[in-house]
Design a protein around this ligand. Structure first.
Ligand code: FE2
Length: 142
């Protein structure tokens, strides 16, 4: 991603596709959240806007990440523990950002925006893609 907080939202690209319905749905959802955050950082963070982002991220965690974990557990994913840990660290980080916001920390929003982009690039595009490849290989064998 570009790490630029202009007003241009990200659009879904073919190269983002993981070719798995569950994973693609959540990647698209995450990109939507990034876009909300992107606009907020570019225009100036207000408490209604940032509360919405925190709400959506919590929902994302509960709705998608947990579902992904259950699914990967059923398939005996070989890196389940590591993946599980990464998800927990993600949510801990979001909670820390929220605390930063509540404390009035001025830098939290730019840091959080950068973190969300990094999560998309490093986790969704790499770790989740690896999990999808595992699922694909496993289905070939069975
Ligand atoms: Fe994941």
């Amino acid at each position: 991603m570009t790490k630029k907080t202009d007003l241009q939202p990200y659009t879904w690209k073919k190269k983002y596709e993981l070719n798995h319905e569950l994973f693609d749905n959540q990647a698209r959802k995450f990109l939507e959240i990034i876009n909300i955050m992107k606009e907020l950082v570019a225009r100036g963070v207000d408490s209604t806007g940032i509360s919405e982002v925190f709400f959506q991220l919590t929902h994302y965690f509960e709705r998608y990440m947990i579902q992904e974990e259950i699914y990967l557990k059923e398939l005996a994913y070989d890196r389940l523990e590591r993946h599980y840990k990464a998800h927990r660290e993600f949510m801990d980080k979001i909670i820390a950002f929220r605390e930063g916001f509540e404390r009035g920390d001025k830098d939290f929003s730019a840091d959080m925006y950068e973190y969300l982009e990094k999560w998309f690039d490093d986790h969704i595009m790499v770790d989740d893609r690896r999990a999808v490849n595992f699922i694909r290989e496993k289905s070939k064998k069975s």
